[in-house]
Design a binder for this molecule. Structure first.
Ligand SMILES: Nc1nc2c(c(=O)[nH]1)N[C@H]1C(S)=C(S)[C@@H](COP(=O)(O)OP(=O)(O)OC[C@H]3O[C@@H](n4cnc5c(N)ncnc54)[C@H](O)[C@@H]3O)O[C@H]1N2
Ligand code: MOO
Length: 413
């Protein structure tokens, strides 16, 4: 009898982390094209940012002590000795009792330690009436406040965000090493599966939901996708098509045929692609139990269950860690899912992790997660959901009002 030797999600993720690593050398790209890519080097700054002390407001550069006690009824009087030009060196040093006009972002003159905002002064010829006192450092960004020389600004393994690239621009680094874009292949199996563009379905036929869903999710995560089409449940043909696609990709995903039925050939195909073959067949989850993780010729192969809900959830749960490993992406230091309260009791079986589709509702007393129940063959249950929540393997269920952690769909990694 065929049976699954089921692993937990954590055990499977451990296996993924020990078996997979970047396949290709990093590539260097412009910071203008690096968003969403995984940084493949540590970045240190050779410069201070900003390189000089700057004003954060339009006003007058002063020495704070010369404004102490200044008020509407008792202004301080300072001599205006200059006007700082934007983008130019502040040429004239500032002495006690003096003020110089300075624009937002202008360079502080030597001797000045703060800026009085323009709203709090009045120019009377060469004299400045100051109606509000300022403290040293007020309205000033000092040299190096943002970045110091030698600072370790970005860590290898992060996925570059717009703000990370802005920081690189600030320190004059315009090219960085990033992980090469993983190329992922998708092959759908099933005698009943036909392409989505088939207008008239014959009895028993079903349109291929999984290819486009899996491909779209992987594209969202920055992968390049090659659609391998649909293959019948016939071992020789399946193997030939899988082998041809496998040669072109870094990661092969096979949809359907992952279970233990007589026409489920995915395991055999993965074994035939090369050593070591299947690493995991069966994960202690619902849905998604018949998931397969394999490795051949150093590359990952994943067999996703045919039911669309299971396929997408397992892709997120285990396919994404594979994609991360292929790019050398670091793991989050902490769980970034957010919490909501569950709107009703949800039973679960001990010994497996349950992933419940949920719709989020904002109520007066906070965020609530409303379960969207339905068989894992119903794709609309995913369309109606905002994300999934986990009931961990050691729990018999959760009670209405319990705080649960939600992972949103459609989120980048
Ligand atoms: N005796 C057992 N039978 C099944 C078990 C089990 O443990 N013992 N597990 C069930 C679970 S759970 C799932 S999930 C499915 C997974 O089966 P397969 O991965 O072998 O997938 P198929 O049999 O090929 O298809 C299942 C289902 O999904 C539909 N499907 C397949 N591919 C697509 C696609 N690309 N687009 C849309 N729909 C697709 C297919 O028509 C079937 O209805 O096994 C259970 N059986
Ligand atoms: O677990 Mo299957 O993956 O229920 O649909």
């Amino acid at each position: 009898m065929k049976f699954f030797n089921v692993k937990t999600v954590d055990e499977t993720v451990n296996i993924i982390e020990t078996h997979f690593a970047p396949i290709h050398e990093p590539v260097r790209v412009s910071i203008r094209e690096a968003v969403g890519r995984v940084l493949a080097e540590d970045v240190y700054s050779r410069e201070q940012v900003p390189p000089f002390a700057r004003s954060t407001v339009d006003g007058y550069a002063v020495q704070a002590k010369t404004t102490y006690g200044a008020s509407e009824s008792m202004p301080a009087f300072l001599d205006i000795t200059g006007k700082i030009q934007m983008g130019k060196r502040a040429e004239i040093p500032l002495l006690e009792g003096q003020a110089q006009y300075i624009p937002t972002g202008g360079m502080l003159p030597e001797g000045a330690d703060s800026i009085v905002m323009i709203e709090h002064v009045e120019e009377v010829g060469d004299l400045l009436n100051v109606y509000r006192q300022v403290a040293p450092g007020e309205n000033v960004i000092r040299a190096g406040d943002d970045v110091e020389i030698g600072e370790h600004v970005l860590h290898k393994g992060i996925r570059l965000r717009p703000q990370d690239l802005g920081l690189l621009a600030a320190i004059g680094i315009t090219e960085v090493a990033v992980a090469s874009i993983p190329v992922v292949g998708i092959l759908s199996t099933g005698d009943e599966i036909v392409p989505p563009d088939k207008t008239e379905l014959s009895p028993g036929e079903i349109r291929d939901i999984n290819s486009v869903m899996i491909g779209s999710r992987l594209m969202q995560l920055g992968a390049e996708v090659i659609y391998g089409g649909i293959v019948q449940d016939e071992y020789e043909e399946f193997l030939a098509r899988a082998r041809a696609l496998f040669g072109k990709v870094d990661f092969l995903l096979l949809s359907g045929g992952s279970s233990v039925g007589t026409r489920d050939f995915t395991v055999q195909v993965i074994e035939a692609l090369g050593e070591p073959g299947v690493l995991v067949h069966g994960v202690a989850t619902k849905p998604g139990k018949p998931t397969i993780i394999g490795k051949s010729q150093g590359k990952p192969v994943m067999g996703l269950p045919g039911h669309p809900v299971s396929a997408l959830i397992m892709l997120d749960l285990l396919g994404v860690p594979i994609l991360k490993q292929l790019q050398g992406e670091s793991k989050d230091d902490f769980d970034k899912r957010f919490k909501a309260r569950i709107s009703r009791n949800v039973p679960s079986a001990v010994g497996r992790s349950d992933y419940i589709r949920v719709r989020l509702e904002e109520r007066e007393d906070g965020l609530w997660a409303v379960p969207v129940f339905g068989k894992s063959g119903l794709v609309t249950t995913m369309v109606e959901s905002d994300g999934i929540m986990e009931i961990s393997a050691n729990k018999e269920g959760i009670l209405e009002g319990d705080h649960v952690k939600i992972k949103l769909f459609g989120k980048e990694i």
